[in-house]
Design a protein around this ligand. Structure first.
Ligand code: DGJ
Length: 757
C-alpha cells in the first residue's frame, strides 16, 4: 500500500482508499459506507449512514479513524464489528463463515500431528481492487437487458488466512442512483485438501447503533406478506427457510430504524434483502454492548459445502441501503432498484386471464375457448391455462412430470388451441410445476431415483408429489429439453412456474449443498429458457407467494403472491408485498363475487380497485357473468389500461396502511410527476367516524391535475400544491358509515400550465 489517497469515481459512485488511515469510504448519491483495515489486518466496519445533504462528504473523506475504532475492540473480540466474521481466533459468537480443514491437520503443516479437523480461520487484508460490472453468484445468464445498464463500480477486498492458502474476497457493488449496496463473497481453496464450509453468509452487516425497531414480512399460504414488527433485544432473532423455496413464513427482507424516530414517510431507515431463492437464513444478533449484526446467507439447519483444492464458490448477493424518507422511501428505493436493475426489461405487464379459480383441474378445450372468447372481448391480453392441461393430470394425484398435453383435455390438439387464442388477439400462457413429480407419472416410473430421498427411507408425499433432485445435471437437462420443446412447439409466451410443496427428506447427490444446488438448477433452467426464447415471460408462484425474492426477479417478470383472492383480505397481503417488491410484479386477479376461499361477497368495484393496484388479472368464471357484469369488467379493464403505466412504473406512496385504520390509501406518481393514480380502500368505518382527506405526496406543486374516475368522468381539477397541502376533497372518505366497505381508483393528469383551468 502506498501512503496517500486513492479514489475512483464512476457513474455517480465514489470509492476512496486512504492508505495512511487504511480506510475505505464508499459513497453513493446520498449515503456512505466506511470500513477500516485494523493494525492486525482485520477488516472492521466503521459505519454506514445517510449523508444526503452533506455535499462535501466525498471530498473530505474520513478522518481520525482511531477515535472511532479504539472503542471497538474488546479483549476477546466478540463485539468487534468485523466485516466478515469467521469461526476461529478468539470468536465464540455467531459468524458469517465457518470452515473445517481436513483431519489430520498434520499434512497442512509438516511435522505437526493433530487428530480432528482444524476449525480456525484468521482472515487478514492482502490487497484490494476496483472493478466494473462484477456479478454475484447465480447472476442471470439469460442475456436479457435490464432498464438501466450503466456500469457499476465494485470494490473487491482480498483477505487470506494467516496459515493456509485459503482466501475470501469481499465484494461491494454500488448502485449510486438508488443508494443501494450489494455484498457477496467468493471463497477460494488453494490448499491441497478439500475444505468443508459449514456456515456461509453472503455478508455480515452491522445495524446502526440503537436501530432496534425491525420490520419484516411473515405469513403463511393464503396470508402471505404480513408486515411484522420486532423490537431487537440482546440475543438472536433468526428467520430461516429450508423447504427449497423462499417460503411463506418469512420473506428475506427487513427495514430497521431507531424506535420512534422513523415512520412511513419520515426518518432514517436501513433496509436489506437477500437475492436468493434457496434455503436461506437472516440472523439479527444483538450483543451485550447493544450493537446488532445481521448475517444473511445460506441456511443454518443443514448447510454444508465442500471446496476441493483449486475450487472456489461465489455466493449470491445481499443488498442493503438507506432511506431518509422512512419505510416508504426504503420501499421506493427497492422498487426502483428491482424495476431498473433486476427485472428483465419486458415492457408493461399485460392484463391476464387465468383459469385456475374458474375451472380447477377440469380443463376442457371447448370450455377454455369459451372463457377465452369472453376474456378477449373484455380486453384481456394474455390467456393462461392453469394446472390440468398435461399428462394424466385430471386431478392432483397424477401427471406431474409429464409435460405433454392431455389428449382428453385438448382433443383438437394444444397447438390448434394456442393458435385460436392468438387469433383472438391474446398471447398464450401455460402453468407448469417442473420441480415436481407425481409417483403416478411416466417420469417417476422411468426414473424413481431422480427424486430427493435417502436410500431405503420413506419418501413422504405432499399434495401427492415428490421433489426432483436439481443437484443431478441429467434432471436439469431433461427439464430444459421438455420445457424448451413445449415453448417452441406451442408458441408459449408465458409460463406460470409453480412449486406446491416444501422439500423434506432432501437426500440429494449435492449432499448438504442441496439448498444451493436446487436454486442454481432452477435459475439455470429459467435463464436458459429465456435465452433460447427471448419472447418468453415467466411468473413465479409457489402455492401462492412462496417464492418471491430479488433473486427470482432476475428471471421472472411477475409473481402470483397469494391464492387468497378475497379482495378484503388481499388488501393487507398486497400492502405487505410492496414493502420490498414493486407493483408491476404483483399479479392480482378479479375473481368471483362470492370468494370460493372465504365465501365473502365483494362487489365488482372493490374487487377491481384492489386488483388494479398491481398487474391486473382476471380469474372469474366469465361464462357465468351477466351482460351487465361483462360490461362492468370491460369498463374497468379499459380504465386499468389508462392507469397501468403509472401503477407499474410509478413511485408508490402508502398514505394510510390497512393495518392501522382499516383504510388503505395509496398514491402512485409517475417519474415526471405529470400523472398519478389515487387508490383508496376503506374496509370498515365505525358508526360516526369521519375520515379527513389524505394529503397527497410527490406531485408537482406548480401543475394543476385533472381527476377522472373509471367511467372517464371528471371528478374535479385541482392545483398540485392544494392536493399536497389538503388532499383530494372526497365525500367518499368523509361520509358516515353508509356502507362498510368503500373503494375507488382515480387518475390524476397534470395539465399544461398554459391550458385554461
Ligand atoms: C397453486 C397456485 O398458487 C394456484 O394459483 C394454482 O396454480 C394451483 N397451484 C394449481 O395447482
Amino acid at each position: 500500500m502506498s501512503e496517500g489517497r486513492e479514489s475512483s469515481e464512476g457513474g455517480g459512485s465514489h470509492i476512496a482508499f486512504d492508505s495512511a488511515e487504511k480506510v475505505f469510504s464508499l459513497f453513493t448519491a446520498a449515503s456512505c459506507y466506511v470500513l477500516w483495515v485494523g493494525d492486525d489486518g482485520r477488516l472492521i466496519h466503521v459505519g454506514s449512514a445517510p449523508v444526503g445533504s452533506m455535499g462535501e462528504a466525498r471530498r473530505l473523506g474520513m478522518r481520525g479513524i482511531s477515535a472511532y475504532t479504539d472503542t471497538m475492540q474488546g479483549w476477546d473480540r466478540q463485539e468487534d464489528r468485523e466485516e466478515f466474521s469467521v469461526l476461529g481466533d478468539t470468536s465464540y459468537h455467531d459468524v458469517a463463515m465457518a470452515a473445517q480443514f481436513p483431519e489430520p491437520g498434520g499434512p497442512l503443516v509438516p511435522g505437526e500431528v493433530f487428530s480432528g479437523s482444524v476449525r480456525d480461520v484468521r482472515l487478514r487484508y492482502v490487497s484490494h481492487r476496483i472493478a466494473e460490472d462484477e456479478e454475484p453468484g447465480l447472476a442471470p445468464g439469460h442475456g436479457l437487458n435490464t432498464r438501466v445498464r450503466q456500469p457499476r463500480q465494485t470494490l473487491i477486498i482480498h483477505l487470506r488466512d494467516t496459515l493456509y492458502d485459503f482466501s475470501v474476497e469481499l465484494f461491494y457493488r454500488l448502485t449510486p442512483e438508488q443508494d443501494i449496496f450489494e455484498r457477496w463473497v467468493e471463497i477460494r481453496n488453494d490448499t491441497s485438501h478439500t475444505v468443508q464450509l459449514t456456515r456461509l453468509a453472503f455478508a455480515c452487516l452491522h445495524l446502526p447503533r440503537s436501530a432496534t425497531a425491525l420490520v419484516s414480512l411473515t405469513g403463511g399460504a393464503g396470508r402471505e406478506f404480513q408486515r411484522t414488527r420486532y423490537e431487537l433485544a440482546q440475543g438472536t432473532l433468526l428467520f430461516e427457510h429450508c423447504g427449497l423455496n423462499t417460503g411463506h413464513a418469512h420473506n428475506p427482507v427487513f427495514c430497521a430504524h431507531r424506535p420512534g424516530q422513523a415512520d412511513e414517510e419520515h426518518g432514517d431507515v436501513f433496509f436489506g434483502a437477500l437475492a436468493f431463492s434457496g434455503n436461506w437464513s437472516l440472523r439479527f444478533e444483538t450483543l451485550p454492548n447493544g450493537t446488532t449484526r445481521v448475517l444473511g446467507g445460506y441456511e443454518l439447519l443443514d448447510f454444508g459445502m465442500s471446496l476441493a483444492p483449486g475450487q472456489s464458490h461465489r455466493t449470491p448477493a445481499m443488498l442493503f441501503g438507506w432511506s431518509s424518507e422512512g419505510i416508504g422511501g426504503a420501499s421506493r428505493k427497492m422498487h426502483r432498484y428491482l424495476r431498473e436493475r433486476i427485472l428483465p426489461d419486458t415492457g408493461d405487464r399485460p392484463v391476464l386471464y387465468n383459469s385456475w379459480e374458474a375451472t380447477g383441474f377440469d380443463v376442457r378445450e371447448d370450455h377454455q375457448l369459451e372463457l377465452a372468447r369472453r376474456a378477449a372481448s373484455m380486453g384481456v391480453e394474455l390467456f393462461c391455462v392453469d394446472d390440468g392441461w398435461f399428462g394424466g393430470r385430471a386431478h392432483s394425484a397424477a401427471g406431474l412430470g409429464d409435460w405433454s398435453p392431455r389428449a382428453s383435455a385438448f382433443p383438437g390438439g394444444l397447438k390448434a388451441f394456442a393458435e385460436k387464442i392468438r387469433a383472438l388477439g391474446m398471447r398464450f400462457g401455460l402453468w407448469v410445476e417442473p420441480e415436481m413429480v407425481n409417483p403416478d407419472s411416466d417420469l417417476y416410473r422411468a426414473h424413481p431415483d431422480w427424486v430427493l430421498h435417502y436410500p431405503g427411507r420413506p419418501r413422504t408425499e405432499a399434495r401427492n408429489q415428490l421433489v426432483l433432485d436439481f443437484g443431478r445435471p441429467e434432471v436439469i437437462e431433461h427439464l430444459l429439453r421438455c420445457l424448451s420443446n413445449l415453448v417452441a412447439e406451442f408458441g408459449v409466451d408465458f409460463l406460470k412456474w409453480d412449486m406446491n410443496r416444501y422439500a423434506t427428506e432432501a437426500g440429494s447427490v449435492a449432499g448438504q449443498s442441496v439448498g444451493y444446488s436446487h436454486a442454481r438448477g432452477l435459475y439455470r433452467i429459467m435463464d436458459e429458457l429465456r435465452r433460447r426464447h427471448p419472447g418468453l415471460e415467466i411468473q413465479t408462484c409457489s402455492g401462492g407467494g412462496g417464492r418471491v425474492d430479488p433473486g427470482i426477479f432476475a428471471r421472472c417478470d411477475q409473481a402470483w403472491i397469494s391464492d387468497n383472492t378475497d379482495a378484503h383480505e388481499r388488501v393487507g397481503i398486497q400492502e405487505g408485498y410492496t414493502l420490498a417488491y414493486p407493483a408491476r410484479t404483483m399479479e392480482c386477479w378479479v375473481t368471483a363475487e362470492k370468494n370460493p376461499l372465504t365465501q365473502r361477497i365483494s362487489d365488482l368495484a372493490l374487487r377491481f380497485d384492489v386488483a388494479m393496484r398491481g398487474a391486473l388479472g382476471i380469474g372469474a368464471r366469465l361464462d357465468e357473468l351477466t351482460a351487465g357484469e361483462i360490461a362492468g369488467f370491460r369498463q374497468q379493464i379499459a380504465f386499468y389500461k389508462r392507469i397501468r403505466s403509472v401503477v407499474q412504473n410509478g413511485d408508490l406512496f402508502r398514505l394510510d396502511e390497512v393495518g392501522r385504520a382499516s383504510a388503505s390509501v395509496w398514491l402512485f406518481v409517475s417519474a415526471n410527476r405529470a400523472q398519478a393514480v389515487f387508490s383508496s380502500i376503506i374496509l370498515a368505518t365505525p358508526h360516526g367516524q369521519l375520515r379527513g382527506p389524505f394529503r397527497l405526496c410527490g406531485l408537482d406543486a406548480s401543475l394543476s391535475y385533472r381527476v377522472t374516475n373509471c367511467r372517464n368522468e371528471e371528478v374535479g381539477c385541482f392545483p398540485g400544491w392544494q392536493l399536497m397541502a389538503f388532499g383530494l376533497p372526497d365525500d367518499h372518505l368523509t361520509a358516515g358509515a353508509c356502507r362498510s366497505v368503500r373503494s375507488r381508483t382515480l387518475l390524476l393528469e397534470g395539465l399544461n400550465p398554459d391550458d385554461p383551468p
